[in-house]
Design a protein around this ligand. Structure first.
Ligand code: NAD
Length: 474
């Protein structure tokens, strides 16, 4: 029988009057049912979070650390069950699902020890002035479907560590693993500090506009990010937005073709390309373009696209039908325009499961949709450049500014290029590495604020300055 999962509200596992189906993208079968919450359940969750905040805000950092490490502990203890469930609802291959589960636990441990220490602004005969950080209050967390567990943990952990409480909404496409974690942490987190409620997209605006939520932390598309900003404007909620990207890699002529081909492949095709910081445009110097593009395409032919639960699968299906249709549309557009394909391009629309073959385009023009738009799927355009200046200009020619990479033996040159890229993160000779201790955020339309590290933690707090007048006459 199909399992109906429960929400976590005020320390209790609760269901709603209605449920919705969650589908396995590998075979389009229903995997489980999740509660379809609306205003009533949201109000209950927010009230619980508000009550819990009054107590939680006064806890010591040691106490918060213990709870967060407890969350990491249960995730690790149940990792086997969790990563299999994650593959079933999200589609990613088991090995990548395992990485996400252990990565989320690792993130919780790494961030559990972060603290926001007081800062002394002035300490002399006239004044002692000190800045402390105080938690903003009740946080609304809204997450997407590409890394459902990692994204949930990266909202829950800094909220708790900073002294806030949270109401988290998973994506309706991938709520189940998060709800299983909700069951597992029920007795680990104090009642009301972490509330997890599921529902359709319509639940999102109710969270954004809720008068008793103080801050929204959101990961998702730039289009939804704009709506969140509008919704949060009514009562000037604090917001952190992690949005889309159209991340460029620049490969200089000194890069070793054999060594970088496989790495470049996975920088684009991990998680079937559904990563905000996946390489979505790869600019290769003309001296090595032919050799490198051939090597990437050859490697691509060795990677199996299929059901992520099957051994040997390297690239799983697209997570949902809407995204599948969008990726197919971009491929069709490339075909209609007569662009060259190095591999892939033929989708079987009648098959079961949302499978898109690994598709690599050969030097499409800069204004091609596949270059100008975020594809968020296993389709990668390789482009030729002649000069570094040209590559930098083309890489920066985007409304997005999330991440980028430079591949070269000359790391000084790499840094020189990195400093000219208009993105929040630039990697030299790697991709997709996100440190739990460094700020991660987008420039331009890729985001607002940052997550991770002390900078990320600060976003869950207000600064408060307390000044003592030392030579006062009272
Ligand atoms: P999405 O914006 O459609 O949905 C994200 C979440 O927002 C879901 O939980 C959804 O239910 C909710 N939502 C939908 N409409 C809403 C509204 N009007 N108000 C409030 N909430 C609403 O995004 P998606 O399709 O789930 O995810 C893909 C996008 O996310 C891509 O653009 C990708 O680049 C981006 N992303 C960014 C990062 C990052 O860290 N920058 C990470 C992962 C994904």
């Amino acid at each position: 029988m199909t399992k109906t999962y429960a929400n976590l509200i005020d320390g209790e596992l609760v269901t709603a009057g209605q449920t919705f189906e969650v589908v396995n993208p590998a075979n389009e079968q229903v995997v489980g049912l999740a509660p379809a919450c609306g205003k009533e359940e949201l109000d209950r969750a927010v009230s619980a979070a508000r009550r819990a905040f009054k107590i939680w805000r006064k806890t010591s950092s040691e106490e918060r650390q213990k709870v967060v490490q407890g969350i990491a502990g249960v995730i690790k203890e149940n990792a086997d069950e969790l990563f299999r469930l994650l593959t079933t609802e999200q589609g990613k291959p088991h090995a990548q699902a395992q990485q996400e589960i252990y990565g989320a636990a690792g993130l919780a441990v790494a961030q559990s020890t972060l603290t926001l220490d007081d800062v002394i602004n002035q300490d002399d005969d006239t004044r002692l002035s000190r800045t402390r950080r105080v938690p903003v209050g009740v946080v609304g967390g809204i997450v997407p479907w590409n890394f459902p567990v990692m994204m949930a943990i990266q909202k829950i952990v800094p909220a708790l560590i900073s002294g806030c409480t949270i109401v988290l909404k998973p994506s309706p496409f991938t709520p189940l693993t998060t709800l299983r974690i909700a069951e597992l942490i029920k007795d680990v987190v104090p009642a009301g500090t972490v509330n997890i409620i599921t529902g359709p997209d319509e639940l999102g605006p109710l969270i954004t506009e809720h008068p008793d939520i103080d801050k929204i932390t959101f990961t998702g598309s730039t289009a939804t990010g704009r709506k969140i900003m509008e919704g949060a404007a009514g009562d000037l909620k604090r917001i952190t937005l992690e949005l889309g990207g159209n991340d460029a890699s620049i490969v200089l002529p000194d890069a070793d073709v054999e060594k970088v081909a496989e790495q470049l492949f996975w920088s684009s095709f991990s998680n079937a390309g559904q990563i905000c910081v996946a390489a979505k445009r790869i600019y290769i110097h003309e001296d090595i373009y032919d050799d490198l593009s051939r090597a990437i395409a050859e490697y691509a032919k060795t990677v199996v696209v299929g059901d992520g639960s099957q051994q040997g699968t390297g690239v799983g299906p697209i997570q949902n039908k809407k995204q599948f249709d969008r990726v197919c549309e971009l491929i069709q557009d490339a075909k209609d325009k007569g662009y060259e394909f190095l591999t892939g391009g033929d989708v079987d629309p009648s098959g079961t499961g949302y499978y898109v073959p690994i598709t690599i385009l050969d030097n499409p023009p800069e204004d091609a949709r596949i270059v100008a738009e975020e594809q968020f799927g296993p389709v990668m355009p390789l482009m030729k450049f002649a000069s570094v200046e040209e590559a930098i200009e083309r890489a920066n020619n985007s409304e997005y500014g999330l991440a980028g990479a430079v591949w070269t033996k000359d790391t000084d040159k790499g840094v020189e290029i990195a400093e000219q890229l208009e993105t929040g993160t630039v990697w030299i000779n790697e991709f997709l590495h996100i440190s739990p201790l460094a700020p991660f955020g987008g420039h331009k339309q890729s985001g607002f604020g940052a997550e991770y590290g002390v900078d990320g933690l600060k976003e869950f707090t207000y600064p408060q300055v307390i000044t003592i007048k030392r030579d006062a006459r009272v």
